[in-house]
Design a protein. Structure first.
Length: 505
């Protein structure tokens, strides 16, 4: 006699359907689990045995074989405990196979039969929806996360006994519905009104937010570069449904936010001592890195030249492809990495090269070495480079007469502009993500703007990538002004943000 229970395994960014099969035969009593499982799955034998017994259910005194199919797919995690236990209860006649049809379940069992939260509950729900499974049983802490996926009925349970009684029909569990989470601007978030001066940098920040452009602030210490970067969160639009699903999936994989639903755009700020593996992702068991955890949000690199060269160069591929490929001996996985890069740098190690009031103490050789820490190909992938000067002390002491937050109306404008881009391109993509083919089809440059751009490209010796990035930024500026076509003033402003002589000294 055999029994079958549906579950799922997380493979990279996706969930794969797993059949948990159990066979009971004559022989020495025992439990064997096959199907290319890891150590945590092999140890499930003892957890399941104790959980069934302590839940006042009968563990059959027969030779039990559990197979996790497909057998050639490596499986990891303790979330197979619950489906293994249910398959044993079904094969022993305590549950009917019919009640398990069309039901997918996952959960780690304690020795007392309690269900503990697992990683990747939202992956499980997506795999269920893909294969037409509408009923999902997970630990109660994971239920809100799994309920994010539409067209699926999610049940949250605290113990194995609750799942058993639910399947018997004696004590039904209540379905869990996804709670609507509204993005809110907290008082701890830096508002644009909190930043004194820096009007050009604020304007550039709004353009970057509207088109999802990468931006670099270059200036002396204390000019407000970090505050500008942190204020970006206050003007980014609320998450869409698809963005919320993607971010929650990525954060659930790390094992930190396994029972949380992400409702705010991520702002990741790794220290400059972070390794390139933690930045890009990987490990013996590949996991998403900072570039993926910043997906649909912001990756902030403070003092860009202080990061190791290997870490900076590893950003080139995800900045171009908007995804990262991690290849290891255990397999190859792909994680999304569509983030806004916001970086800062000083003009030199002491920070005062070119400052009108303070003399730089760096030698020419030290200055050249510092400038070479950030390669030309990486700078070429940054859409906007903004010089940030020190703010006058008198301006710093001036009181702000405004009582309302500046960021809130700007956030509405940015949201409107992004929606306009979604309608234009027929998908949730932004100007910064356009391919060269789509630029020619969708950006609509006027004849005067084309002539102006070609002349400027020849004089400034722009690379092909820089040429297209200028068009993308100009398209965002035109969107902010509700202009259907790109005009010469839009190109001129985009060129102003593109060309920074301080990086070519």
């Amino acid at each position: 006699m055999t029994a079958r229970v549906l579950s799922a395994a997380t493979v990279g960014f996706e969930g794969k359907l797993i059949d948990v099969e159990c066979d009971a035969s004559k022989g020495l009593p025992g439990l064997q689990i096959v199907g290319l499982g890891n150590k945590a799955i092999d140890e499930a034998k003892e957890r399941v045995r104790s959980a069934i017994t302590n839940s006042h259910l009968d563990f059959p005194a027969r030779k039990l074989t559990v197979n996790l199919a497909p057998a050639n797919l490596p499986k990891d995690g303790s979330h197979f405990d619950l489906p293994i236990a249910l398959s044993i209860l079904a094969v022993s006649g305590q549950l009917r196979q019919e009640v398990l049809e069309g039901v997918m379940c996952a959960g780690e069992l304690s020795l007392g039969g309690e269900l503990r939260p697992i990683r990747g509950a939202v992956h499980l729900a997506e795999a269920a929806r893909t294969h037409g499974v509408t009923a999902i049983i997970v630990p109660l802490q994971n239920a809100p996360q799994a309920a994010l996926v539409k067209d699926a009925t999610v049940y949250g349970a605290k113990t194995l006994s609750e799942v058993f009684l639910h399947l018997l029909g004696e004590k039904k569990l209540s379905p869990i519905s996804a709670k609507e989470r509204v993005s809110q601007t907290h008082d701890s978030v830096v508002d644009l009104a909190d930043i004194k001066g820096q009007e050009q940098a604020k304007r550039a920040l709004i353009i970057a937010a509207a088109g999802n452009h990468n931006i670099l602030f270059d200036g002396p210490p204390g000019a407000g570069k970090t505050m500008l970067a942190r204020a970006l969160v206050s003007i980014l639009p609320p998450l869409t449904y698809n963005e919320q699903i993607e971010i929650t999936k990525l954060h659930s994989l790390t094992g930190v936010d396994i029972d949380e639903v992400v409702s705010e755009r991520p702002f990741r700020s790794p220290h400059h001592t972070a390794s390139h593996v933690s930045l890009i992702g990987g490990g013996s068991k590949p996991q998403p890195g900072e570039v993926s955890l910043a997906h649909n949000g912001v990756l902030f690199l403070d003092e860009l030249p202080e990061y190791p060269r290997i870490s900076l160069e590893s950003l080139r591929q995800p900045l171009e492809d908007r995804q990262v490929h991690v290849s290891r001996s255990a397999g190859r996985v792909t994680y999304p990495a569509n983030f806004m890069l916001v970086a800062t740098k000083n003009p030199c190690p002491c920070g005062y090269y070119g400052d009108p009031t303070r003399e730089c103490s760096c030698s020419q050789q030290v200055l050249l070495q510092y400038q070479k820490r950030v390669s030309g190909p990486l700078l070429d992938r940054i859409d906007m480079v903004i010089p940030v000067a020190r703010v006058n002390e008198k301006d710093l002491l001036e009181s702000n007469p405004q009582t309302t937050r500046q960021s809130e109306p700007i956030r509405d404008t940015v949201t409107h502009v992004r929606r306009k881009q979604h309608q234009r391109y027929g998908a949730e993509i932004h100007n910064a993500e356009l391919s060269s083919k789509r630029i020619a089809e969708r950006t609509l440059l006027s004849n005067e703007a084309k002539e102006f751009l070609q002349t400027a490209a020849e004089r400034l010796q722009l690379s092909a990538r820089s040429f297209f990035k200028v068009i993308k930024v100009a398209r965002t500026i035109a969107d902010l002004e509700d202009s259907p076509t790109i005009q010469p003033p839009h190109v001129a402003e985009a060129l102003q943000y593109r060309f920074n002589p301080s990086l070519t000294r």
